[in-house]
Structure formats: structure tokens, C-alpha cells
Write a protein that binds this ligand. Structure first.
Ligand code: NAD
Length: 356
């Protein structure tokens, strides 16, 4: 593993985005979501994804310098056309708007069409919590989920995030794909030459597989919960609900109509997202205190395995952030460093400097 300072990873990513034609602001914004994903332990959605976003720009699937536009709005709602800009530009715009509306009238719900992949979905809900609001974020994505009993994909990994501010600066933080795992997790196993557990993905015959290479090639994920016996149909239903709240509501491509990422070059992905911000002060007093009380209580529950303490939702990310900050940067797999060197040569940018 190689240690790279956060500032250096950010510099490298910004240089890469600028090299393919993005202006400084979208380059900085997109680099930020990738660096934060690496910092918070969701490495499948950090540097690991950089080249996919760059290719979207190179092949003109995405117009990195376009600006989103409000199509219709009310005090608490807005419908936005992202005009095929980067998913981060669209999502900063949509989240900021939801926050502004929630501060003014208690709640803001913004649906965005015409967008692109926007990375770690918790990033957006967290922006709301940073402002003292409850944040929710939803997005649809390329079909990768085989509905329960199907051996064909029909929905995306369609993640959701719900983040709420506690009274003491902590957060109740949940972000999750509605598949058992995101495809990136299989990619990371593949890069590390490790098998995947049963319940993550199907092979081409529609049966579960532990072969990371076959699973990545087939790209047919099982819903959250796995097979029918372990209630995977709930993950399937959740994925459908997330698409309803993002793609279907926003009028973007939805469900099986979303293209496979990178498969239709020159064609906009036209993804849909939605962002919701809620002001807790509109409801019972003491919201933040009760969240704090729950978080502290869950952490003190007796663990089944003494070596594995019970965590609150979001502790994984919190611990990853603390570890990253303490070690002075992000630890990248050798395969990712090699890929970044190749990318630097291709784009003629300065390679990432490794600290250790
Ligand atoms: N933009 C997209 O299209 C898209 C699609 C899918 C996933 N993603 C991203 O992929 C990343 C990975 O998603 P995932 O579903 O694999 O996440 P995950 O399974 O790693 O984590 C899901 C949630 O579970 C919590 N958690 C994990 N272990 C826990 C434990 N032992 N106790 C309590 N809580 C625990 C985490 O804090 C997190 O909130 C996320 O960043 C997600 O946003 C993005």
C-alpha cells in the first residue's frame, strides 16, 4: 500500500479533469467527492472511479462545463435540468437548493434530471447535516441489479443516504447501495485477487458465484438481502423505490432504460437524483439530543464478539476518516497507483506523489 496525502490526491485528480477539458470549479468539485470517498473508506468510489469519469468527458457522454437550470419551483420544491453536466455539479446545485428551501420553509425537495454519476451518495446528505438539517439523497444508476427470481438485470444499484445531525457534532449517517454491494466492491476484490462472498452477485447462469472476475464480467448483482430466502426482495423493492424518487420523478432515464456505464459513447446518461433537506426545529424539540443518546447507547451494547464492538450507523466512515487523517493521507493499493501512473502519462499530468 502507498500513502498519498489528501492534498496530493486532490491535486492529481483536478489536473486530470482539467487535462480533459473541465474548468477549475467542476474539476475541484468532482475531485472533492472522490477524495472524500477515499478518506471515508468508500475507496471503490474514489480514485478507483476517476478514469470512468474522465472517459465520460473524453467520449463526450458528459459536458463538464455545463450548468444546471431550474425548470420549475415552489417554496419547498424544485425540478432541475442538469444539462448533462458532471454529477457533482448537478448535485452541489440540487443539494444547495434543497438546503436553502429547508432553511426558508422547513423542507426542500429537489429532483434533478439530465445528470451523470455523482459518486458517494452520502456526501450529498452530509452537506445538509453540516447545516443542521436532516439530509436525504437518492440516485438511479446503470442497471446492475437482477430482481429476485430474475437472471437479467433491470435496476441500478440505486443508493440512498440519510444523514442527521446529532447534538454533539456527530451524525447518524447511513449511505447504502440497494444491492448487496456496489459493483466497485467486487472490482476492489478483483484488484486484490480475492474471492467474493455468496449473496453478492450472480454468474451468467443466474446462480450465485464467489468468483470476483466472473462476477465483475457478468455485472449482475443481487439485491440487498441476497436471495429470496434471505429477503432479497426487500432490497429489490428499495431499489425500485429509489428510482421512483429520483429518475422516474425527475423525468430522466429510469430503471431498465438507463444505459450501461460507458456502453453508448456520445450518448448522455441522463441520470436522475433527488435531494431532500428537513429542518428538525419544525418538529419536537431535542431532536439532536435524542440522536446523540441513541448513538451512545448503541455503542455500549454488549457485543457478541468482544473483539468487534457494536457501532452506530456511520461509525465505519467516522473511523475511516479519523484513520486517514491520523496517518496523514490515503493508503492506495499498488494496482490503483499503477493505474494512476498510466493515466498521468496518458494525460500528460504530474503523477501522484507518494509519501511513503
Ligand atoms: N452513485 C451511485 O450510483 C452509487 C451506487 C451504489 C453505491 N454507491 C456508493 O458506494 C459506496 C458503497 O456502498 P455500500 O452499500 O456497499 O456501503 P457499505 O455496505 O459499505 O455501508 C453501508 C452502510 O452501512 C454502515 N455499516 C457498515 N458496517 C456497519 C456495522 N457493522 N454496523 C453499523 N453500520 C455499519 C455504513 O456506515 C454505511 O452507512 C457508498 O459510498 C455508496 O454511496 C454509489
Amino acid at each position: 500500500m502507498s500513502l498519498v496525502k489528501l492534498s496530493e490526491a486532490r491535486r492529481f485528480m483536478i489536473d486530470c479533469f482539467k487535462a480533459v477539458g473541465a474548468k477549475l470549479k467542476p474539476a475541484e468539485q468532482h475531485a472533492e467527492i472522490l477524495v472524500q470517498a477515499d478518506r471515508m473508506g468508500h475507496q471503490s468510489h474514489g480514485l478507483n472511479r476517476l478514469e470512468k469519469y474522465l472517459n465520460d468527458i473524453i467520449y463526450k457522454d458528459c459536458e463538464p462545463n455545463n450548468e444546471p437550470e431550474i425548470l420549475t419551483e415552489s417554496h419547498s420544491t424544485a425540478w432541475v435540468d442538469a444539462h448533462n453536466c458532471l454529477g457533482s455539479t448537478a448535485s452541489f446545485f440540487g443539494t444547495d437548493l434543497a438546503i436553502q428551501k429547508a432553511k426558508e420553509c422547513g423542507m426542500g425537495f429537489v429532483a434533478v434530471k439530465g445528470s451523470n454519476h455523482h459518486g458517494m451518495v452520502g456526501f450529498w446528505a452530509r452537506l445538509c447535516a453540516n447545516e443542521g438539517l436532516i439530509g436525504l439523497a437518492f440516485t438511479n444508476s446503470s442497471p446492475l441489479l437482477a430482481p429476485t427470481r430474475s437472471k437479467k438485470v433491470a435496476l441500478g444499484t440505486n443508493p440512498l443516504a440519510i444523514v442527521a445531525p446529532a447534538a454533539d457534532g456527530e451524525m447518524l449517517y447511513l449511505e447504502m447501495a440497494t444491492t448487496a454491494v456496489a459493483l466497485g466492491a467486487i472490482e476492489m476484490r478483483l484488484r486484490a485477487h480475492q474471492p467474493i462472498p455468496l449473496g453478492w452477485a450472480l454468474g451468467p447462469d443466474g446462480h450465485e458465484t464467489t468468483d470476483a472476475e466472473l462476477a465483475f464480467k457478468t455485472s449482475m448483482l443481487m439485491p440487498l438481502g441476497g436471495g429470496e430466502m434471505t429477503s432479497g426482495y426487500k432490497g429489490y423493492g428499495l431499489s425500485a423505490a429509489v428510482d421512483m424518487l429520483s429518475g422516474i420523478l425527475a423525468g430522466s432515464n429510469y430503471a431498465h432504460h438507463v444505459r450501461k456505464w460507458g456502453s453508448a459513447r456520445g450518448t448522455p446518461a441522463n441520470l436522475g437524483h433527488s435531494f431532500m433537506a428537513i429542518k428538525p426545529e419544525c418538529y419536537a424539540p431535542g431532536f439532536g439530543e435524542r440522536i446523540t443518546e441513541c448513538i451512545r447507547y448503541w455503542r455500549t451494547l454488549p457485543p457478541a464478539d468482544p473483539k468487534k464492538p457494536v457501532m452506530a450507523p456511520g461509525d465505519v466512515e467516522k473511523q475511516a476518516m479519523e484513520k486517514t487523517d491520523k496517518q496523514g493521507g490515503i493508503l492506495y493499493l499498488p494496482e490503483l497507483i499503477e493505474a494512476s501512473i498510466t493515466l498521468a502519462e496518458k494525460l500528460r499530468v504530474q503523477p501522484m506523489q507518494i509519501s511513503e
